[in-house]
Every structure is written in C-alpha cells, then in structure tokens.
Design a protein around this ligand. Sequence first.
Ligand SMILES: Cc1cc2nc3c(=O)[nH]c(=O)nc-3n(C[C@H](O)[C@H](O)[C@H](O)COP(=O)(O)OP(=O)(O)OC[C@H]3O[C@@H](n4cnc5c(N)ncnc54)[C@H](O)[C@@H]3O)c2cc1C
Length: 371
Amino acid sequence: MTDLLIIGGGAAGLYCSSLLPEAAVIERGESCGRKLLLTGGGRCNYTHASSVPELLEHYHGSLPFIRKVLYSHTPEDIINRFRKLGIKEKDEDGKIFPETESSHDILSALLKHNPKIILGKVVDVERRGDYFQIKTEDSEYSARKILIATGGNAYPQTGSDGLGYHIARKLGHSIKPQHPALAAIALTPSLGESEGVSTYITLKKGRKCVSGMAVITRKGISGPAAENFSHLLNGKEEIEISFSDADMKAIRRDQGSMLVKNALPLPVRLSYALIGELADRKAANLSKKEENTITECLSRHKFMAAPIASSAMSTAGGVSTDEINPATMESRIVPGLYFAGDIIDVDADCGGYSLTWAFATAAIAAKSMKQ
Ligand SMILES: Cc1cc2nc3c(=O)[nH]c(=O)nc-3n(C[C@H](O)[C@H](O)[C@H](O)COP(=O)(O)OP(=O)(O)OC[C@H]3O[C@@H](n4cnc5c(N)ncnc54)[C@H](O)[C@@H]3O)c2cc1C
C-alpha cells in the first residue's frame, strides 16, 4: 500500500511530485516528461508573466474555476518554485523560458528530488472502501489518495492518448467531448500557392474572433492565430478570415497608376492566392464591382476550416470542472481522487498558459493531498 500515488509523469504529475516527494509516480512511457521536452520548440515556455486578470483572457472553460486556480498558484509562484529548483528565468515579452533555453533543464529540475517512479501503464482504477486499487498491465498497487495527471489526447506519441478520460469516467466523472486545441487549421480552398508566407490575420467564427500572426501552409494555416482559434472549431465549419482592411477606394484614388498587387499591403504571392488575376490590374482601372470583390476577398474571405488533429498541442474538453473542487483539485464525487493538467476541461492560448495550468493545478493538488 502506497499512501499517495500520481498517475502520469508529465508536466503536472512531476510538478506535483516535486512538492510531494513522499508520493510515487506511475508513468506508462519509458521515461517521464516526453511532452515537456518538446515544449516551446525545446526551449520550454513554462509560464507567462502576467497579472491574473490578464492571464484569464487566455483560458477557455469555467472562468470562476480557472480564476480560483490561478490566484492560488500564480506565474510568480511558478517562477519562484523553479528558482528554488535551480532554474533562472528569461522573459521574452512576458513568455518565461529557462535562461538556458533548455526544456531538459526544466525536466531535470522537476526530477531533482529523485521521485519514486514506477514504469507501467495504468489500465484500471477502482475505489475500494477508503483506498484505490490501481491496475497496470502487469501489476497492482493500492493507495489512499491518487492524482490523475495523464494529460489529454494531444501528441499521443508522448503517452497522453486519452486513457485517463476512461479511468475518470469509470470512477463516476462526466467527461466533456474533446476536440483539438492549439492546432494548425486546414482550409478549403487552401492557399497552398502562397505556402510559407507569414502574415497578420483575423479569424472569425460568428461573434468570436482571434487575431495574430499566421503562416500559410500547403493545407491551410499554422502559427499563433491558427493555434489560438482552433479550439473554437467543431469539426469542419465555415469561417471568415480578414487578411487586410485596405481601403480600395483610397488605393484607386491615391495609387491608381500602380498594379493592385503592388499597392496592397500584402505579400504578392498571397494577393494572387486571394484575388487571382485582379492582382495584375491597374488600380485606377478597377470597376466598382471589382473593387468590392477585392475588399470582400481581403477582409471577409470565406473558407471551410477544420483543426488538424495531428498537430494539436492541447485538448479542449475533458473532466468537467463542475465535479472538481478548485480549492483542492479533489473530486467532488470520489474523496481522495485528484486531477491536474490537460485532463481537466480547460484549455488555453499559446504563450506558456497551458504549462501554467498544469503547474498551478498540480501545486493545489499537492498541498491538499499532503493533508
Ligand atoms: C509540441 C508541443 C509544444 C508545447 N509547447 C508548450 C509551451 O511552450 N508552453 C506551454 O505552456 N505549453 C506547451 N505545450 C502544452 C503542454 O505541453 C501541455 O499542456 C502539458 O504538457 C500538459 O501537462 P500534463 O501533465 O497534463 O500532460 P502530459 O504532459 O501530456 O503528461 C501526461 C503523462 O501521463 C502519462 N500517462 C498517460 N496515460 C497514462 C496511463 N494510463 N498510465 C500511466 N501514465 C500515463 C503520459 O505518458 C505522460 O507522461 C506544448 C505541447 C506540445 C505537444
């Protein structure tokens, strides 16, 4: 019998174990923190230096729940925790990285206290009286309190394949439908002929809109604007993209002798992809109708859009926040059961917010499990 058991040795599980050295960690992979090593392109953007009200604008889910979590363990607490573990930070416009720019250093810091790590894939958890029986593929363990920190189902090659949802559901929890978040987006029609072009765009679905930089890919778009918008898509849906709010009337009047492609504040390849041969016309010679067509194509271009699941870095949906106490991260249904990280029905924009969530929920769980 183990007293405290953490299922999942990823960002949340390891942060929890660093604060709760008496707990054992069960990890299904050959090693812990495989996704953590990939974060921030290997540099690990581990939090975002903002006030909580600013942070809140970057999270999606139950706002009261998220607020309570983020006030309990703030980015400052995360930075201080890593300082204690020997990591100095580097601030890039609020995005916090280790000074060494190495996610390996973050992982080593979390493993510094030498946690007890059991390698094994948890396949079932049962509540028996006042303890849990945890089955792996080839062993069984019992524990008085457990934390499920098995991640969502993004990047399953790093171990998070959604098995945690089944375990939570079996224990009585409601699981909100999952869909990809922080993903690239496939567009129909694609803008493949301008592949590689980087540009500022605004994506709109109904009244929701997201602006930022995007990179045109062969299939659609990637980059921060696409990633931050992807959680809004339920499968394939019609969206509008604004590439430019250029005033065509003013261009026709003031730059009439120029070709449209040279007058527009857009990369030429993108102008061709958006307005075709109208790009080669002299601005002064455009008819009123053609002028309107260009405005429409630049500022309200309609596409069918779908997130590219294989590129998703996070998961929207998961264990319902209605059934977790945000002050303790303990289940409101099963005493002694705790949750942290991506498995919870909260997702965030890119910029260090997802790891902030993993660490904050883990810290709250650690404190409460200790009692
Ligand atoms: C390429 C990439 C880059 C990213 N960059 C950033 C970034 O720079 N900043 C940021 O804030 N976020 C970033 N993220 C998101 C961030 O990595 C996740 O939000 C975070 O790792 C979630 O932590 P977690 O502990 O909940 O899940 P995970 O880190 O996925 O860990 C879950 C762990 O549980 C284990 N596990 C799963 N099922 C079982 C089981 N049945 N039995 C035993 N163990 C199991 C898995 O093997 C895994 O080790 C990035 C994600 C990706 C994919």
